[in-house]
Design a protein around this ligand. Structure first.
Ligand code: G1P
Length: 306
C-alpha cells in the first residue's frame, strides 16, 4: 500500500471529532458561599451561565454530541439545557415571543447526554467517567472555567490540528513563572515549521515555580485519542490527591505523539473571582445592548473613592 493511501486510511480509522466532554462535577470551592447550593458552572457571565459559553464553542465548532459529567447538586445544569414548557407558555402568554425563542434555542442547540461522577476524584476521573458515551473515538474536552474568545473557536482550531496530525492536542498559553502552581505545565520542543505547535516531551500538574519545566500552561481545551482511557485507568492519585488528566497525558506520550497548541485568542479564568470579574466587565462592555451604558457608568466611577 502506498504511503499516501496508508495515511488516508489511518485518518479514516481515527475519524473526526464528533463528541465533546464537559467535566462539571467539581465543588466550586473558590466561589463559596455562592456555590453552596448551585453549581459554579451556572454562575452567569452577563446573561449566560459559564457552561453555556463552552457548549456554544463546541457547537459552533461543529461538534454534535455533548456529554456533561455531573455530580450531586448539579441538576440545574440539566434543567438549563432542557425544554421549559411552563416558562415558554408564560412568556408566550405575556407577549414575549423573542424571550420564548431564546430559552427554546438553548435547549435545541445540541444533543446533550449526562453521566454522573459519583465521587469528585479529579479531572482525570471525570474524563474516565465519560468513557461509555464517548466510545472508541477521538473526542474533545472543554473545561467551562476557561472562557475563551477566539475566531475560529479554540476547539475548532484544535480540531483542524487533529485533522492534520491525528494525535492528541492540548491548548497552552504562556503564564508568569510565579503562577505555574495553578496549571498543568508542559515540557515541549517546537515543531519545525510552526510557531504555535510543540511536541510534548513531558508535563506536570501544578509544579511550584522553581520546579516548572517551562511557563507553557495547559488551559482547559483538549483533543484526546481514545487511548487516554487506558492511560487514565493506569493513573493513580496525583497532585491534590486527585486523578489528574495531566498525569495520564504524560503517560500517553510514551506511546503516542501529544501536541501542544498555543491557541490564538483570549482566555478568562472564570474559575476564580478576579478572572470572573474581568470576564464580566469585558463581556458587558462588548454587549450590544448593555455596552454603551455600562461604559459610561464605569467612566463615571470615582474608582479610588469606592
Ligand atoms: C485543570 C487542569 C490543569 C489546567 C487547568 C486549566 O486544573 O488540571 O492542568 O492547567 O485546569 O484551567 P484546575 O483549574 O481544574 O485545578
Amino acid at each position: 500500500m502506498c504511503a499516501a493511501r496508508q495515511t488516508r486510511e489511518t485518518r479514516r480509522d481515527m475519524g473526526h471529532i464528533r463528541r465533546a466532554v464537559f467535566p462539571a462535577a467539581g465543588w466550586g470551592t473558590r466561589f463559596l458561599p455562592a456555590t453552596k447550593a448551585q453549581p459554579k458552572e451556572m454562575l452567569p457571565l452577563v446573561d449566560k451561565p459559564i457552561i453555556q459559553y463552552a457548549v456554544e464553542e463546541a457547537v459552533d465548532s461543529g461538534i454534535e454530541n455533548l456529554v456533561i459529567v455531573t455530580g450531586r447538586g448539579k441538576s440545574s445544569i440539566e434543567d438549563h439545557f432542557d425544554i421549559a414548557f411552563e416558562l415558554e407558555a408564560a412568556l408566550e402568554a405575556r407577549g414575549k415571543p423573542h424571550l420564548r425563542d431564546l430559552v427554546r434555542s438553548v435547549a435545541e442547540a445540541a444533543s446533550i447526554s449526562y453521566v454522573r461522577q459519583k465521587e469528585a476524584l479529579g479531572l482525570g476521573h471525570a474524563v474516565l467517567t465519560a468513557r461509555g458515551p464517548v466510545g472508541n473515538e477521538p473526542f474533545a474536552v472543554l473545561l467551562s472555567d476557561d472562557v475563551l474568545v477566539a475566531r475560529p473557536p479554540c476547539i475548532r482550531q484544535m480540531m483542524d490540528i487533529f485533522d492534520a496530525y491525528q494525535s492528541s492536542v492540548v491548548a497552552i498559553m504562556e503564564v508568569p513563572m510565579r503562577e505555574t502552581d495553578r496549571y498543568g505545565i508542559i515540557r515541549g520542543t517546537p515543531l519545525p515549521g510552526s510557531d504555535r505547535l510543540y511536541e510534548v516531551r513531558g508535563m506536570v500538574e501544578k509544579p511550584a515555580a522553581g520546579d516548572a519545566p517551562s511557563n507553557l500552561a495547559i488551559i482547559g481545551r483538549y483533543i484526546l485519542t481514545p487511548s487516554i482511557f487506558e492511560a487514565l485507568e493506569a493513573t493513580g492519585e496525583g497532585s491534590g490527591g486527585e486523578i489528574q488528566l495531566t498525569d495520564a497525558l504524560r503517560r500517553l506520550t510514551a506511546t503516542e505523539r501529544v501536541l501542544a497548541y498555543k491557541f490564538d485568542g483570549r482566555r478568562y479564568d472564570a474559575g476564580e473571582k478576579l478572572g470572573f470579574l474581568k470576564a464580566t466587565v469585558e463581556f458587558a462592555l462588548r454587549d450590544q445592548e448593555l455596552g454603551p451604558a455600562f461604559r459610561s457608568y464605569l467612566k463615571s466611577l470615582d474608582i479610588d473613592g469606592c
